[in-house]
Design a protein. Structure first.
Length: 65
């Protein structure tokens, strides 16, 4: 099995609760996350989610992918 391509998409996940409050007065209504996909030469595709807390948890992480 050989990998044909790897792809990543940044997505915004809205919060069902409306907002989430962090320390220091920060508040968010969506979390940035990254969906990663791997496609094989035979057409199989697998997906994974990365960093559901987005840049509020680790600012460099969300932009680095």
């Amino acid at each position: 099995m050989k990998i044909r391509r790897i792809f990543a998409h940044k997505v915004e996940l809205p919060l069902n609760e409306g907002s989430y409050k962090w320390s220091g007065g920060k508040s968010v209504t969506v979390f940035d996350s990254t969906i990663v996909g791997v496609e094989t030469e035979c057409g199989l595709v697998g997906y994974g989610e990365v960093c559901p807390l987005g840049p509020f948890y680790l600012p460099a992480y969300a932009e680095g992918v």
